[in-house]
Design a protein around this ligand. Sequence first.
Ligand SMILES: Nc1ncnc2c1ncn2[C@@H]1O[C@H](COP(=O)(O)OP(=O)(O)OP(=O)(O)O)[C@@H](O)[C@H]1O
Ligand SMILES: [Mg+2]
Length: 244
Amino acid sequence: MLITFEGIDGCGKSSQAKLIADRLADQGIECVLVREPGGTDLSEQIRTILLDAKRSMPIAHAAELMLFAASRAQLVAEVIEPALKRNAVVICDRFTDSTIAYQGYGRGLPLAYIRSVNDLATNGLIPDITFLIDVPIELAIRRRKGMGDDRMESESRLFFSHVVQGYMALAQKHPDRIHVIDGADSMEDIHHTITRLVEYELGNELRHAHRMNNRARHAESTPALPATGDFDYSFDVTAEALAS
Ligand SMILES: Nc1ncnc2c1ncn2[C@@H]1O[C@H](COP(=O)(O)OP(=O)(O)OP(=O)(O)O)[C@@H](O)[C@H]1O
Ligand SMILES: [Mg+2]
């Protein structure tokens, strides 16, 4: 199962991702917690370039999009896909929705390109659950006081209001996947809501796996019908043969 956390800088993603990862690990569930951009050697190097607070070199919007995508492609291939194959729960602090919100709505790059680049980077992988932590921009800024802004975080309020619009549009488009969480609540209350939803989804996944297992066992115990090729479907009986 792939769970992603989304929302503007300072909304509480990393705090909640860590809390749920620890909780699942305590229950004996293998849990892989990664952040974007980052999570592999290559992706961490790309992170250094992308979040360079000193802005030591210019990065064009299209280059920014593709650097985030390159970081993601390596993370998916090297960490996320193998983890999902062994049935681990993967928790990702930011994923594809961030690119739509930040590079699409924030930077104004065409959404059609972004979707294609996202699809290529993820090999078509879509999160099972996404928590979008919604906080007013002012509150996020207050929470981040003293944390030091990176290259993305030092963007204007207008930029962030576009990012928020992007996130809300995504939530409207994918209501089954994206759960909008009120980030102004206490850390404990948010964790409680997230835990409830994750445990419900994990239960569903287990029930589904159980059903598939039963179905496979049932098929094994049913005597196999001969394959089509084993029957004689010959229709070359002639009219004379029928008449005789
Ligand atoms: N619900 C909450 N109530 C009060 N403070 C919170 C809450 N959630 C997070 N915080 C605090 O706000 C700050 C930012 O939280 P956190 O680092 O989890 O946000 P983030 O979304 O990961 O930010 P970034 O995008 O910059 O990585 C931290 O100091 C954290 O302790
Ligand atoms: Mg964070």
